[in-house]
Design a protein around this ligand. Structure first.
Ligand SMILES: [Zn+2]
Length: 148
């Protein structure tokens, strides 16, 4: 019988650390940056259905792009109340201030930039003769591996 493949063919953006991406939406739209971190969120950490890995339909993968999607966090100065403060000891102060932190961008909001033709591109997959799968640019067909 025709077994339906339920494995949804996700756009497989497969963006990796070190890739150059362009932000598609938001305040940093059009800006480029280097992927610093790829965050994969598994929706159900429970032991059930172990081995059945999937990302949430909302896009469980997001990337932290160096210097982009910065959230300014204002930290208030506060007293740290230590658990075992010795009487008379000065309480430690957290000076606070403004903290710039790159926030993760959902992978649907970034596009990989080809390092060869310098265009934002979709990714094609190609299997080399030795069996390794590589990502290739859909525009110029060049491999996009960033093996450091
Ligand atoms: Zn290209």
């Amino acid at each position: 019988m025709a077994t339906r493949t339920l494995q949804r063919r996700m756009a497989l953006p497969e963006i990796r650390k070190g890739d150059t991406v362009v932000i598609l939406a938001g305040k940093d739209a059009g800006k480029r940056g280097t992927v610093d971190r790829v965050i994969r969120r598994e929706p159900s950490p429970s032991g059930q259905r172990s081995g059945y890995r999937r990302t949430s339909p909302a896009g469980g993968v997001s990337v932290v792009v160096e210097g982009l999607n910065i959230a300014r966090k204002h930290m208030k100065p506060r007293q740290r109340t230590g658990g075992n403060s010795i009487a008379g000891a000065a309480p430690t102060m957290d000076p606070g201030g403004i903290l710039d932190q790159a926030m993760p961008v959902p992978i649907s909001r970034v596009m990989l930039v080809c390092t060869h033709c310098d265009r934002p591109t979709r990714i094609a997959h190609r299997t080399l003769d030795n069996g390794t799968r590589v990502r290739v640019c859909k525009h110029c067909g060049e491999p996009l591996e960033v093996e450091a």
